[in-house]
Design a protein around this ligand. Sequence first.
Ligand SMILES: [Cu+2]
Length: 194
Amino acid sequence: MTRAFSIATLAVIAGVGCDRQPSTPAPTSSQAPTGEPAATPPIATPPIATPPIATPPIATPPIATPPGSTPPGAELPPVELSRGAQSGVSADGTYTVRWEVVGGAIPDAEPFSIAFAVTRADGKPVSPEAKVFVDAEMPHHGHGMNFVPTVKRKGGDTFVGEGLLFHMPGRWVLAIDIGEDGVRERVQWNVDVE
Ligand SMILES: [Cu+2]
């Protein structure tokens, strides 16, 4: 008897316990939110301003010289003439000119160049504005060359005449004219071409 009672009592207690088990209350909005706390705004870090490294421009002095201050081509090395260069003096004795064929010999009916150096009798340099021309003719035939040579000034009052062409054999007269301050003087040589 006693034993059964005990069992019933236990059963009742157990049942009561099950029925009255309070259910966990549902969370309400009034309760504190269970989520993560609001993220703190990031601290704005201003970008580190790196000042540009100022590189001053390298001042390059102008190479060009004002016109007239130096002879054109004076910055170039002078043309070297050999000991075999022919020499001549202009009619009034102002200029002594030495010249030779570039390459050593006048080619047969082919263009060639001459190099020449001009020396003034008074020792002064040839004017930067000097007009220098090279020409050749065959006086016995009454004709000249078929082309007009060009003259390029080099350093040290030396020059190169380009584009000469002796198109036939015979006696040619090579002439170099130098004009300064409106006065032109000529130096010339007989050149026999076989
Ligand atoms: Cu001729």
